[in-house]
Design a binder for this molecule. Sequence first.
Ligand SMILES: Cc1cc2nc3c(=O)[nH]c(=O)nc-3n(C[C@H](O)[C@H](O)[C@H](O)COP(=O)(O)O)c2cc1C
Length: 229
Amino acid sequence: MAKTNAIPNLITIAALDNTLAGLREDYKRATLDRADTGSDPLLFFRNWLDEALAAQVPEPNAMTLATVDVSGQPHARIVLLKGLEDGQFVFYTNYESHKAAEISENGRVALVFFWPELERQVRIEGLIAKVSAEMSEAYFAVRPRRSQLGAWASPQSREVTGREVLEERFQEAESRFEGVASVPRPTHWGGYGVTAHLMEFWQGRRSRMHDRIVFRKTDGGWEPVRLAP
Ligand SMILES: Cc1cc2nc3c(=O)[nH]c(=O)nc-3n(C[C@H](O)[C@H](O)[C@H](O)COP(=O)(O)O)c2cc1C
């Protein structure tokens, strides 16, 4: 397939800037009030996720995960929510990746969901920890075989000299497990769970007067407040 690596010239960039400046969405689908959310933000999150699923939002479980390294530099990337277990937001990844290194140094993370079709954002802040090996095994076992082989083949976040290195590593994994009915989980692959201490629900409204309800965890439970947009 042809590659499109052309660098846009200045005129194109100026035109693009105008286009960006002109992009304007007025949100008007819904409203959000304290009376709607109830007192348990995890339950309310489930409702919104169900609505995102029902609305067939593309990748409704995609969430931005932000981590912070020892120098204070934040790093963000998308991962997929694979479960809400015991109030934890669970995703799976490589325990030798950059994110894993950052998490081992600093357990404070943030998550963001954006469901444009519903004009909704959810922000989560909390503490992260590995899920049990049993839980990772259980999820690894239901992944498609080629994804399982990918977990063996990809040294996530490490520099590779070319695509062919990855193809070779994938073929090696295929040969290694040929005839093996169930590919075992590599110990460097597993889940993390985020326990929230802050959850914010954002509903887009007209004229940038959006609704924001934030829940903060206290000793006695969750305390909701409304924030200005
Ligand atoms: C839609 C989407 C879903 C993704 N899901 C995951 C995931 O569940 N787990 C994962 O490790 N990486 C996932 N990635 C890739 C990550 O964004 C990221 O590139 C990778 O985890 C390496 O991040 P790191 O080098 O910061 O550790 C996904 C990317 C996209 C665009």
